[in-house]
Write a protein that binds this ligand. Structure first.
Ligand code: C2E
Ligand code: CA
Ligand code: CA
Length: 765
């Protein structure tokens, strides 16, 4: 039989035990009272007998029978308890000794002479019990009734509570209904009412919690946020539904800790476990993004972990956030940040990272091969950017196909860099460079157009040429630049001299910039141009000179190429143009010079600058001079870089009223058809042809041809570099119009120029 430890049973058992204990206690007390009374009465009897026993013994020994009888009677009469008192000779038999009988030996001088036998009855005890019997029974019965009532009362209350407890126990929190009171006790009703109020509150809260839980689930779903807990003591793992969804695993099978771990990509799992260990040790929460690999699918989860340890539990609590999209977007952005979108090759930024990475491993040698396409600008300008892009893609493919290295970067428009590791000697690198030159120098076809390109290559070796990563690319670039300068379609290894040249170049650029801010360091020199017939000065070419406090007197061959590699050339050309306008303005007031016109050299950079025409217009507005007194000199080569643009620009210059000269004529490859289309006034025969005109048949033929062409287009010719009388004679015979050269004057400052004009124009009148 199963004993139920219900409240009812416990209370019942307690009450029964109390009653039992009480009865035992009651009976025990009665017994004690009885014993006490007995003892008192017996002691009283014994005391009386004890006090008289010697007297009785003497009287008996000396046979004073009357006195003895009187004494015994008096004891019997005075002591109520004594029923019979007599003297016997022999000790009564043990079996005759009874309760309520006392026997005393009577002694005289140490000898027992007889026995006193006293029969007694406990009078007081009898009376006492007789008197209290009825009351006692009554009290006991009354007490039992009282107990029974209490028991009943308690029982009824307890059974109500018991019923209530059973009902409360059976409340289904998911379907909360009010409970009925089990009986009419007021307290039970109050309790029931409170429980019902509580149930209503619980119901409401349940609904709220349910709604909130729904919201939370929705929110988790929307935010791709899931939560999980791992109990370190029990090994139990629990997680929100969203984790199943996020990981894309079956939600009907409860996920275990081992399952969860198995979804991590292998290396990531170790990283995750290491993080758990750290968090457990430090107690500080941590977060990280981990890669998961579930059934071939890739997921990125950001996991935030907290460690909780109390007396009762030890847990990891985690939040997992699906960041797959973000990570992939970031990867894409990173790819774009590190790659050139056109060719998908890693870009300049990626190259810098790679170089740094390689340089960390200091023993390893590697070569940086810098490739630049020759005259790529020409392709781009002639056929457009889409065309150029298509060509670059073909080029990238060709470089990859060479299979020299997988480290290929596109770091600028037409600039590619290869990093070559594991090479034995410079020779091997040379072989690679030749392979590249050969591969690139081939015929390409884009949009049906066939063309041919070449490239120039610069090579720099780490750590031989530089241990500094920052310098590797610059050095390779310098070597490449050198290869271009030496005629393109070739490769050059970097050497220190290139660097010295480069540093010198930088110094010049820096100084030039400073000097351009001052008026007295960049000087205009004038070289006279004379009419062959009259030998009178009709014009002058403005040639720039630079008087620098540290570098000294510098000629343009030194600094013009430097200026041309930066925007300084634009600034310089503007400066010279402006100062030339100012000079002409001053010459208007000087009768000796007022008829002269000035030729000003314009660099290719300035010519192709979109603001060039605007600048000319601006000068015309600020300086009131006749524009036909300024001749713009551009070299034949520059003019040919973009024929269409040149045509358009020269027409605009012409329409503003300026003269135009094609400088260094004969060194370019203009066709007659081209010359026919562009407006110009003068052809300047390059001094390289003039120099040997008296010795070299070919040069003579070329010069003759140039003069005839100019004549046929009704243009003027200027011969540069006339150094000897012989030069003068030949050129005059060929009917060249103007002469310029050391035979007459070098370029000189304006004072000397005025002196020369004065001398020349008055003497040969
Ligand atoms: P360029 O335009 O061909 O100028 C003619 C160059 O030949 C000048 O050198 C001149 O001094 C030199 N020359 C003149 N006569 C003779 C001669 O009989 N024999 C020899 N051997 N040379 C002679 P310069 O002044 O050193 O100028 C060199 C180049 O610098 C110029 O060549 C021009 O391209 C450029 N340049 C000079 N001044 C300027 C300027 O103001 N702006 C720009 N953009 N370029 C300039
Ligand atoms: Ca010139
Ligand atoms: Ca020239």
């Amino acid at each position: 039989m199963k004993i139920e430890f219900s409240l009812k049973n416990i209370v019942l058992a307690a009450i029964v035990s109390i009653i039992t204990v009480f009865i035992i206690f009651f009976l025990f007390n009665l017994k004690l009272i009885d014993q006490k009374i007995t003892k008192i009465e017996e002691q009283y009897v014994e005391k009386i007998i004890g006090n008289n026993i010697d007297t009785i013994a003497n009287l008996f020994y000396f046979e004073f029978d009357d006195s003895l009888q009187t004494l015994l009677n008096s004891i019997k009469e005075n002591v109520e308890e004594v029923e019979q008192i007599r003297i016997v000779k022999e000790l009564p038999h043990a079996k005759n000794a009874k309760d309520g009988m006392l026997v005393y030996p009577l002694q005289y001088q140490g000898k027992t002479v007889g026995y006193l036998q006293v029969k007694y009855r406990l009078v007081f005890k009898d009376v006492f019990w007789k008197r209290y019997q009825t009351a006692g029974i009554f009290i006991i019965v009354a007490f039992f009734f009282f107990l029974a009532f209490i028991l009943y009362y308690l029982y009824s209350k307890i059974s109500s509570i018991d019923v209530l407890a059973a009902r409360v126990q059976n409340i289904d929190l998911s379907h909360i209904r009010k409970i009925g009171a089990p009986d009419s006790f007021k307290e039970i009703h109050t309790i029931t009412k409170s429980i019902n109020t509580m149930l209503t509150a619980i119901k409401e809260n349940f609904q709220k919690i349910y709604i909130q839980e729904k919201h939370l689930q929705e929110a988790q779903k929307i935010a791709h946020l899931s939560s999980w807990e791992y109990d370190l003591q029990t090994g139990e793992f629990s997680c929100s539904d969203e984790l199943y969804r996020t990981l894309g695993v079956d939600a009907s099978v409860a996920m275990q800790w081992e399952d969860f771990l198995s979804y991590f990509e292998e290396k990531e799992r170790n990283r995750f476990l290491a993080m758990l260990e750290r968090v457990q040790k430090s107690g500080i929460s941590a977060e990280n993004v981990y890669l998961f690999q579930i059934y071939g699918k890739t997921k990125y989860l950001k996991i935030i972990i907290k460690y909780r340890k109390t007396k009762q539990e030890e847990k990891f609590i985690g939040i997992a956030l699906d960041v797959t999209e973000e990570v992939e977007a970031k990867k894409k952005v990173e790819f774009l940040a590190y790659h050139d979108p056109l060719t998908a090759l890693p870009n300049r930024y990626a190259l810098q990272m790679r170089l740094k990475e390689l340089a960390k491993n200091q023993q390893k040698r590697f070569g940086v091969v810098f490739i630049d396409i020759d005259d790529f600008k020409f392709i781009n300008d002639s056929y457009g950017h889409t065309f150029g892009d298509e060509f670059l893609m073909q080029l990238a493919k060709a470089l990859v196909a060479l299979n020299i290295t997988s480290d290929i970067f596109r770091i600028g428009g037409d600039e590619f860099v290869l990093i070559v590791e594991n090479f034995e000697s410079k020779k091997e690198l040379s072989a690679y460079a030749e392979q590249i030159l050969e591969k690139i120098a081939t015929e390409y076809e884009v949009e049906g157009v066939k063309f041919f390109v070449t490239c120039s290559i610069g090579i720099c070796i780490y750590p031989d040429d530089s241990e500094k990563v920052e310098d590797l690319l610059t050095n390779a670039d310098l070597a490449m630049y050198e290869a271009k300068k030496e005629g393109k379609n070739r490769y050059r290894f970097f050497d220190e001299k290139m660097k010295e040249r480069f540093e010198r170049y930088n110094t010049i650029a820096h100084y030039l910039q400073e000097s351009l801010q001052k008026r007295d360091e960049i000087l205009l020199y004038f070289q006279p141009k004379l009419n062959f017939e009259t030998l009178k000065v009709e014009s002058a070419e403005v040639l720039v000179r630079w008087n620098h406090p540290e570098l000294g007197f510098v000629f343009p061959d030194t600094f013009i190429p430097v200026a041309e590699r930066s925007d300084l050339i634009i600034e310089l050309d503007h400066y010279i143009l402006k100062r030339s306008f100012e000079s002409l303005e001053q010459w208007q007031q000087d009768p000796l010079l007022s008829k002269l016109y000035l030729s000003v050299n314009i660099s290719g950079r300035e010519f192709y600058d979109p603001h060039f025409i605007d600048y000319l217009k601006e000068l015309l507005q600020t300086h009131p001079i006749d524009p036909s007194k300024i001749e713009i000199e551009i070299t034949e080569t520059v003019s040919m870089e973009d024929a269409e643009f040149t045509k358009k620009t020269l027409k605009e210059i012409k329409s503003l009223g300026f003269r135009i000269a094609l400088d260094d004529f004969g060194t370019g490859y203009s066709s007659l058809n081209y010359l026919k289309q562009i407006p110009f006034d003068t052809l300047k025969i390059d001094k390289s042809f003039v120099q040997d005109i008296d010795k070299d048949e070919d040069d003579l033929k070329i010069v003759t041809l140039i003069i005839n062409i100019a004549k046929s287009f009704s243009k003027e010719t200027v011969a540069e570099g006339v150094e000897t009388k012989r030069h003068e004679e030949i050129l005059r015979d060929l009917a060249c119009n103007m002469a310029q050269g050391y035979l007459y004057s070098k370029a000189v400052d304006k004072e000397q120029f005025r002196i020369f004009v004065n001398q020349q124009n008055s003497s040969s009148a």
